[in-house]
Design a protein around this ligand. Structure first.
Ligand code: TRP
Length: 459
């Protein structure tokens, strides 16, 4: 590692930061409901297979490329594969910018709701659906909350890898676990908790349709923050002595555990009246849950509700940090900008790029829904999210597998991984990872990419 580039102080620092990147809004608001609606235990089983068969090898590949080159995604591809391949890294940097632009808007809602529930009078509203619809189209609110979120994210990234990213992850990840476990213990005492858990986990293999399988694969990728070089970037800050495969296994397991646990919290909460609510995604978190917190009474509702939205903010923050670090590392490495300048310029630009997404939401959205997308997921925010996550992340993963197997070479990958894990070469794990990256993942990720382009933009 060169002197000008500092790194994580320890393996724990890296694992905390990478797990923080992985654990995000996706784990808490998407995974529980997706599981419940798509076959419960059967979906979970499938998801576990995808996380470990698709996500884990790609994660090892990303971390190894980052550590081998001590570079941001663009620099990593550039050093190992030359100018043309560097565009793949650049795509990752662009994805970081664009994903953060809309992710930060949603994080802003979570932050606003945290304040409103804890200190305001949101729980006295009449109709939470109406309130939410009006709230997110009221730019004067969301602007301020999203801006605050970006400022905090920028501050952490500006402090640097050790004093910012690592420090924040080591502080926030334990807080996240404590809040999550505390809320689960509370949720399990609610009247219909058993029904909720049953709905969440009872396996129904008949619900495993092709679209479900496809979305499980896509989600496995998104939730681990793969496909855009976030882990190339974090991997560039680790030591040659670190064991990449075991770090990746811990991060993968931690992310899966949080997703699973989030279901043990969400389903008992939403089943408080003994039935599954219709809404999922944002509607579930911002519309159904406030009604449930209200039922708990003014004090408990405020406390449990506030704590829940705090959990959402903490989960989102460690993810926004990793998203910002990708383009920041690109400008620091390649354009020789100072970290301070990179952070200020990029967070301003990204915030500005998020404004159309912000203005496309809610009942009185300034930017109307887009006719060429499927309702109700047809806002400008959906367009950005679809393009830069659902479509681009599998593409990024596909290109990385092709790059490692056809250009850099799996022997080089193994050599890099073996530093810090001497028994790796010749092991079954090595054979499995190489087989997956060379033959299986290019096919699987290629299919996901094509299916997603088709379902979003064509069908
Ligand atoms: N993994 C995060 C979540 O589940 C989102 C995220 C953070 C992400 N950084 C990323 C997704 C990088 C893709 C790439 O919410």
């Amino acid at each position: 590692m060169s002197d000008s580039r500092s790194g994580f102080s320890s393996r724990i620092g890296f694992v905390a930061a990478a797990a923080g990147s992985a654990v995000g809004l996706g784990n808490i608001w998407k995974f529980p409901y997706e599981t419940a609606q798509n076959g419960g235990g059967a979906f979970l089983f499938l998801y576990l297979i995808f996380v470990f068969l698709i996500g884990f090898p790609v994660m090892v590949g990303e971390i190894a490329m980052g550590r081998n080159t001590s570079s941001n995604p663009f620099g990593a591809y550039n050093k190992l594969g030359g100018k043309n391949w560097a565009y793949v890294g650049l795509l990752g940097v662009i994805c970081g910018v664009m994903i953060l632009s809309f992710y930060n808007v949603i994080a802003g809602w979570a932050f606003g709701y945290f304040l409103q529930v804890s200190f305001g009078d949101l729980l006295a509203e009449e109709n939470y659906g109406q309130f939410f619809g009006a709230y997110i189209s009221d730019i004067s609110n969301v602007f301020f909350f999203s801006l605050s979120f970006m400022v905090v994210t920028g501050f952490v990234v500006w402090r640097g890898v050790q004093k910012g990213i690592e420090f924040a992850a080591k502080l926030l990840m334990p807080i996240l676990f404590v809040i999550l476990i505390g809320l689960i213990i509370f949720a399990l005492t609610l009247p219909n908790a058993g029904l909720g858990i049953e709905y969440y986990l009872t396996p129904d293999f008949s619900k495993l349709t092709l679209p479900t399988i496809n979305s499980a694969m896509g989600h496995a990728f998104f939730t681990l923050s793969l496909g855009m070089g976030a882990l190339i970037t974090y991997g560039s800050y680790i030591s040659k002595k670190d064991n990449i495969t075991s770090s990746a296994a811990i991060v993968t397991t931690a992310d899966t555990a949080v997703a699973f646990l989030a279901g043990l919290l969400m389903l008992p909460l939403v089943f408080i009246q003994g039935e599954a609510p219709e809404a999922s995604g944002p509607g579930l978190v911002f519309v159904i849950l406030p009604g449930i917190f209200e039922q708990m009474g003014p004090f408990l509702g405020r406390f449990i509700g506030g704590t829940f939205f705090l959990l959402l903010c903490v989960a989102a923050l460690t993810s926004t940090i990793s998203l910002l670090e990708v383009p920041v590392s690109y400008f620091v490495d390649e354009k020789k900008w100072s970290r301070a300048k990179s952070v200020i310029v990029l967070s301003s630009v990204i915030f500005a790029l998020g404004l159309p997404s912000m203005m496309s939401q809610g009942d009185n959205a300034l930017i109307p829904p887009l006719p060429f997308l499927h309702a109700p997921n047809n806002t400008f925010l959906d367009l950005v999210a679809d393009t830069f996550t659902v479509v681009s992340l599998p593409l990024g993963g596909l290109l990385m597998c092709i790059f490692i197997s056809r250009r850099w070479g799996t022997a080089k990958l193994s050599e890099e991984v073996a530093q810090g894990n001497p028994s790796y070469i010749g092991s079954r794990l090595e054979k499995a990872i190489n087989l997956l990256i060379t033959y299986i993942l290019p096919v699987v990720l290629g299919i996901i990419f094509i299916v997603n382009v088709y379902t979003i933009f064509i069908a």
